[in-house]
Design a binder for this molecule. Structure first.
Ligand code: 5AD
Ligand code: SF4
Length: 429
């Protein structure tokens, strides 16, 4: 989501005549697009702004955007010296105005307001992270209020984009040669558009599964989506994937914990049993759907037994990959009021143990790809080998292989010969 936000910040500025440059030291404006999901990300901002202030370069205009900006607002100006503007998560469309006002009035600008009604969600071609892959936000914000999470506060309530606008953008991207769209949002499957316009005639119980079918019908080569919220994840999504070849076989379904007691304390709205029933349905699919997840270790009151239940869940599910996090108390969240009673050392021990189990399962799970042929969207030359190319499979694996440079931008068959820790290696067939 942050990469997508950055692409749109660059695009808004490009429309006003600004240009992105690689060399931060000679930039006239430096913008930090921030994350506040965990404390570490926030700390980075303080260090980076400090570096600029203490260097002997001409002072650039410094802006802070994203979640830290939204949450801290004006107090950020007091906390960090040298910040010229603070723009919240819905103020991307006004970034050029903020720079202009800063320069004209020589005083800081703070804008934590809502999105403009006519906000333009499109990304300029040259600022997309890949010419062949596009991120497309379909829903922003979050209404779930998991007790540990700051996102509902930093990104506000859920708002879905009209389906007709999403379809228009996908058709436009397809026309420009984009091969793969990622429908993104904090919880894509909570998608609830203001009207049914654009979804008429598409099957599926939930608006999201109907949207998936509508996007598939545009004929774009590949559609991926992330993140899905377990409580709102129903069979109709798997059925849509099974029906349409261009809906990719990858689902990211964060579980957070393998203990139903901890899940209740996190207010996730699902138990372990309910989660596993969804996993079983996905695994029963003939399509071999790759599964990935997020897990937090060391949530307040998490016992060794709770943690061992998480280890067992990881062993049962056999995730293709998992993002594991140590619980980080976020001021303003309900869990912040609880005692952070799992020590840092213990969190680290659990993190390492869980990661070891996951890596073991991951390795076993990835073995199934050896000697299989995967369709790879070739995105770039590989940084690892001189004659290598790199891209992603439909199941969202990084695949490195030896091939010709003119394959970049196309989808090629690659036979997998080797599995690495987080990627696959193969040869074009
Ligand atoms: N501490 C640790 N991890 C967190 N996440 C969200 N909030 C916190 C927190 N306070 C993790 C969750 C989420 C992912 C994006 O970040 O696992 O799914
Ligand atoms: Fe945070 Fe929960 Fe919303 Fe995900 S669903 S963004 S974890 S509050």
């Amino acid at each position: 989501m942050n990469v997508s936000d950055s692409e749109r910040i660059s695009s808004v500025l490009a429309r006003q005549g600004y240009e992105m440059i690689d060399n931060e030291a000679s930039a006239d404006v430096v913008i930090f697009n921030t994350c506040s999901v965990r404390e570490k990300a926030e700390q980075k901002l303080y260090t980076r702004v400090g570096h600029i202030r203490h260097s002997d370069r001409p002072k650039p205009v410094v802006g802070v955007m994203g979640c830290v900006a939204q949450l801290e607002g004006e107090t950020l100006l007091k906390k960090i010296e040298g910040v010229d503007f603070v723009l919240g998560t819905r103020a991307i469309g006004r970034v050029a105005d903020a720079i202009a006002k800063t320069l004209k009035f020589e005083e800081p600008v703070v804008d934590l307001g809502e999105r403009e009604v006519d906000y333009d969600w499109t990304v300029a071609d040259k600022y997309r992270h890949s010419p062949f892959v596009a991120f497309l936000p379909i829903i922003e914000g979050c209404n779930k209020f998991c007790t540990y999470c700051i996102v509902p506060f930093s990104r506000g309530r859920e708002r879905s984009l009209p389906a007709s606008e999403i379809i228009r953008q996908v058709l436009e991207l397809r026309r420009k040669g984009v091969k793969e769209v990622h429908l993104i949002g904090q919880n894509v499957n909570s998608y609830r558009p203001p009207t049914d316009s654009g979804l008429e005639g598409f099957a599926g119980k939930s608006p999201f599964s109907r949207l998936l079918r509508a996007v598939a019908a545009t004929g774009i080569e590949r559609v991926k989506f992330t993140t899905s919220f377990p409580r709102d994840f129903h069979d109709d999504i798997v059925e849509a994937i099974e029906t349409h070849d261009n809906l990719c076989n990858w689902i990211h379904l964060p579980v957070q914990s393998g203990s139903s007691r901890v899940l209740a304390a996190m207010k996730r709205g699902h138990t372990v049993e309910k989660y596993l029933a969804k996993i079983d349905r996905i695994k029963a699919s003939y399509k071999d759907v790759a599964l990935t997840t997020d897990i937090i270790v060391g949530f307040p009151s998490e016992t060794e037994e709770d943690f061992q239940q998480t280890v067992r869940l990881v062993e049962y599910c056999g995730f293709d990959s998992a993002y594991i996090f140590r619980y980080s108390p976020r001021p303003g969240t309900p869990a912040y009021e609880l005692q952070d009673d799992v020590s840092h050392e213990e969190k680290t021990r659990r993190f390492i143990e869980l990661e070891r189990s996951q890596k073991y399962m991951q390795n076993r799970r990835l073995q199934r790809y050896v000697n299989k042929v995967l369709k790879v969207l070739v995105e770039r030359k590989s940084t690892r080998t001189s004659s290598g190319l790199s891209g992603h499979s439909t199941c969202q694996k990084v695949v490195n292989f030896v091939g010709k440079e003119d394959m970049i931008g196309s989808i090629v068959d690659v036979k997998i010969t080797e599995i690495k820790a987080n990627s696959l290696f193969g040869e074009a067939v």
